[in-house]
Design a protein around this ligand. Structure first.
Ligand code: MG
Length: 246
């Protein structure tokens, strides 16, 4: 293992954004809950079963592209909505309409409260780059670039594969490994030479499916066992635990 807490043959690090670099996983969970609860209340009346911001969030939406998150959660409740169009108005009763409503809520919350970075991750990123490893941000978010800019962290990443780039290149999102594989390829390394840093169960699945050299699960909410079950090689609560920052 290196000073960075990684196997010796790792030459690149692929980082998820929400929940790994920024403290936005909580914002996303709250926005999903507000949107789904409004929809379910309208559909089922006052005795609707609310969206669980921990269990439902982890299992069905965290880490997935927005539309996939809508579809996957609704399917868990036996609900099948038409996809609609990507520019459906927020709240329209289609997959994209509900997704756009959720995005509107996230942007509102970010505008009001701002975005905070995890200090341990920023220090780890500095160490990774100082050791000469290359880096990519791999996020399902279409707001990735704005969020990175708002915390002054754009310069930490050699490559960005986010929701915008994935749509352009028609890459299926997490739990498929394609966005991580594209990042490794853009950095000129084999998957076996790259480490994946993720807080989502869908991200662990992507790391395992892509046969990456090392998969680091970041546990911010007490789901260590689930992260291991989904393929983590190691689980930490903060990237500073891996080292590199002495
Ligand atoms: Mg995440």
């Amino acid at each position: 293992m290196t000073q960075l807490g990684l196997p010796d043959d790792i030459h690149a690090c692929l980082f998820d954004l929400d929940g790994v670099v920024t403290k936005t996983a909580v914002v996303h969970a709250a926005a999903w809950k507000e949107m789904f609860d409004a929809y379910l209340r309208e559909r089922d009346g006052e005795d609707y079963r609310p969206f669980d911001a921990a269990a439902d969030y982890d299992e069905y939406v965290d880490g997935r592209p927005r539309a996939d998150g809508v579809r996957t959660f609704l399917a868990s409740r036996g609900i099948d909505l038409p996809d609609g169009e990507p520019d459906d108005p927020p709240g329209a009763q289609t997959v994209h309409g509900l997704g756009n409503r959720k995005n509107e809520l996230v942007l509102q919350k970010i505008r009001t409260d701002g975005v905070e970075a995890y200090e341990g991750t920023l220090r780890y990123l500095e160490a990774v780059r100082a050791h000469g490893l290359s880096t990519a941000i791999v996020s399902s978010s279409a707001n990735c670039r704005d969020v990175l800019r708002s915390i002054g962290a754009e310069h930490f990443f050699d490559v960005r594969i986010d929701g915008v780039v994935a749509a352009e290149r028609k890459l299926p999102g997490k739990p498929n490994p394609d966005t991580f594989l594209a990042a490794a390829e853009d950095l000129g390394v084999q998957p076996s030479e790259a480490a994946v840093f993720e807080d989502a169960l869908a991200g662990m699945d992507a790391g395992r499916a892509g046969r990456f050299g090392y998969v680091v699960g970041v546990d911010r909410v007490g789901q260590t066992d689930a992260l291991y079950a989904h393929g983590a090689d190691i689980v930490v609560k903060d990237l500073a635990e891996l080292g590199g920052t002495e």
